[in-house]
Design a protein around this ligand. Structure first.
Ligand SMILES: Cc1cc2nc3c(=O)[nH]c(=O)nc-3n(C[C@H](O)[C@H](O)[C@H](O)COP(=O)(O)OP(=O)(O)OC[C@H]3O[C@@H](n4cnc5c(N)ncnc54)[C@H](O)[C@@H]3O)c2cc1C
Length: 618
């Protein structure tokens, strides 16, 4: 939090900028005592302007021979470094320091530079023949876990669900097994899935909800405005949620290994040896890779692949918002704009935060392809400091920054990631099962928790842990694959000239038509569930009401992505029919089949159900 003195300084002049103020605080903190003393002279409030001039000039040091301090480079750096650090967590959005931003920007730069990869993929996973006990990689007497879960952020939920079914489970987490301070926004229905899986009790659900609000807005510059209730209207504390889940996990016999990462995995015919950073090794029948987008195993699998799209998000949680009772699920107040040598359409999300009645989180995000001219996260944050006050009708200098947030979500059309190695399965962000237009990975895993814990339980019982059988747990889902086209439609192409308001128009038309069609169309879509009939009705209405807009959409999206989407749309229709008409007639027959066959057919049923969005309950 900003100190009281700084806040008062902020209030003393409407013209005072946070920029100057932060430079001022920064200099005061790090430099001479005399400089610091000047900061506490009460007369400062009367003479604010003079102080401002003073502080933006070169800092005065009491020792002229002392090396001049490095001056902060950007407004983002100054703001971020003025916020006292808080406990960091390992998961996405868990680190909010300037250093962590720079690290992520370096990773994003590499991604978009398209530097061709040279040499073979770094080998984290090795498939070896024979038995693990003969390898000498682990003690022969060592206990064998049914499941070793690597990465505890979302991993703890599935680990607990499996431990509750009597499996012997261990979690390996590189950092502390701790959730971030910043809320996750979810719908109640999604959270309820944790109760169904036994991970939380109903009382614990209420305990982890830090705030509830309604209604939420979906609106676009110069276009439609739609209000909905009970969608993403909860703020959940990941810190509390993971703490409660961890306790439950340990209470049912789960083992947690913290501050130690997986360094190598050797997969044998009868088990996998997980070598850890600390020199120890664990043995498991199955390894769940829940290590997020930066998973070393995913890196090996996707070696040389370029992401098909990226969602960049920046934002902040700040104190000082007087209007703080409603939220925005997606909002724009600008058209496509120039950012450096690129062009971008910025979208917004805003949620009341659980940390205080005037605390609000605002996210600014954009969909892009990973090409060299695209902006860095820091460049986006520089825009955020200008655009957020405009969007929220506040002044930056009236806000007390709690933390700055950022994330980079690469998306691959080939998602979810099928198993590439025996005994290894990706879960959570590592698997790419979340919608490419959402950065709500917690919400996504809750939707699949029941399906995954059933499937993994069956696979372990029947010992079907080869990659072919495990791949059935991350199956092709036509509704998820089709959404990639929406990401494409919402990103600015640099190879064609489109009107700057094209994306806003497209989304306005889309949501106006959705509103006319009502809740059965609006609500699943806003919860990242695409279904066949709602899509058919929506597309028909758009074609009837805005026929002249259709060629523009084709142009924006491009022919190949359009054909690709058409393929998924046909598959969506087929999966809908298969789930509605075929699955129920086969159920009795499947129950009479051998275990292996039952496993395969049940996974097929689930793929039809989830791939057609018919798992969705209003
Ligand atoms: C700014 C921002 C806002 C977000 N807001 C929301 C929201 O409101 N609602 C929502 O549902 N989602 C939200 N998300 C998304 C959500 O945070 C992620 O989807 C979620 O954290 C993904 O969890 P994960 O466990 O799959 O991966 P990660 O969060 O990336 O976690 C990976 C874990 O693996 C560990 N790990 C890494 N390497 C190793 C190793 N070698 N060995 C062992 N462990 C390792 C890491 O320490 C970490 O704990 C947001 C994300 C960001 C960035």
């Amino acid at each position: 939090m900003m100190g009281g003195m700084s806040k008062a300084a902020l209030h003393c002049s409407a013209a005072t900028s946070v920029d100057n103020l932060v430079a001022f605080r920064h200099s005061g903190i790090h430099h001479s005592a005399s400089w610091s003393r000047q900061l506490v002279v009460p007369a400062r409030w009367k003479n604010c302007r003079a102080l401002r001039v003073h502080c933006s000039a070169s800092p005065v040091t009491s020792n002229p021979t002392a090396p001049a301090p490095a001056s902060p480079q950007t407004r983002t750096q100054r703001i971020m470094e003025s916020i006292p650090g808080s406990a960091e967590a390992g998961g996405a959005g868990g680190a909010s320091s300037y250093k962590a931003l720079k690290r992520m920007d370096e990773m994003w730069l590499k991604m978009r530079s398209r530097t061709p990869v040279s040499g073979p993929a770094p080998e984290v996973v090795n498939r070896r023949q024979g038995k693990w006990a003969d390898s000498g990689l682990a003690e022969k007497s060592q206990a064998v876990f049914d499941v070793v879960v690597c990465g505890g952020t979302l991993g703890v939920f599935l680990a607990t669900a499996l431990a509750l079914r009597g499996m012997k489970v261990a979690i390996v987490e590189k950092g502390p097994l701790r959730g971030r301070v910043q809320d996750w926004n979810v719908s109640r229905k999604e959270l309820q899935e944790l109760v169904h899986a036994g991970v939380l009790t109903q009382d614990e659900v209420e305990e982890v909800i830090s705030i509830e609000f309604n209604p939420s807005r979906v609106a676009f510059a110069g276009g439609s405005e739609l209000w909905v209730t009970d969608i993403l209207n909860l703020g959940v504390s990941p810190a509390k949620l993971i703490e409660v889940s961890k306790k439950r996990f340990v209470s049912v016999g789960g083992e947690v290994v913290e501050f130690t990462g997986l360094s190598k995995l050797d997969v044998f015919d009868d088990g996998a040896v997980v070598s850890l950073d600390n020199g120890r090794a664990l043995v498991g029948r199955l390894l769940l890779d829940v290590m997020g987008n930066a998973s070393p195993i995913v890196r090996q699998i996707r070696w040389g692949q370029h992401p098909d799209g990226v969602c960049l998000v920046v934002g902040a949680c700040a104190r000082g918002f007087d209007n703080n009772t409603t939220s925005d699920l997606i909002y724009t107040h600008t058209d496509v704009q120039q950012v450096g040598s690129s062009k971008t359409q910025y979208f917004w999300e805003a949620f009341p935060a659980g940390s205080g009645p005037k605390d609000r989180t605002t996210y600014m995000f954009s969909y892009l392809d990973a090409t060299p001219t695209r902006p860095s996260l820091e460049q986006m944050l520089e825009d955020y400091w200008d655009l957020m006050p405009e969007y929220q009708g506040v002044k930056l200098e009236d806000l007390e920054m709690q933390r700055v947030l950022f994330g980079c979500f690469p998306t691959y059309r080939a998602s979810p990631l099928p198993s590439s190695f025996d005994r290894v399965l990706q879960v959570g962000d590592a698997s790419g099962i979340q919608s490419p237009i959402s950065f709500g990975g917690f919400g996504a895993i809750t939707r699949h928790l029941g399906r995954l814990s059933n499937g993994l339980h069956d696979a372990l019982q029947a010992d079907l842990l080869d990659k072919k059988n495990l791949a059935l747990l991350n199956p092709y889902l036509p509704n998820l694959s089709g959404v990639w086209m929406y990401q494409r439609a919402m990103s600015v192409r640099l190879d064609i000239e489109s009107p700057p308001d094209f994306i806003n128009n497209l989304l306005s038309i889309n949501f106006k038509c959705m509103e006319r069609l009502g809740d059965p169309v609006v609500r699943p879509f806003l919860q990242d569930v695409v279904q066949f009939w709602p899509q058919v009705r929506l597309l028909t209405l758009i074609m009837l009401t805005k026929p002249l807009f259709i060629p523009q959409i084709f142009r924006q999206v491009g022919l190949f992505p359009l054909f690709d989407w058409l393929r998924h749309f046909v598959a969506l229709a087929m999966y809908t029919v298969l789930w509605l008409a075929v699955a129920r007639n086969l159920r009795a027959w499947v129950d009479s089949q051998p275990k292996e066959s039952q496993y395969v057919w049940r996974r097929r049923f689930e793929a039809w159900q989830y791939g057609s969005g018919l798992d969705y309950r209003p």
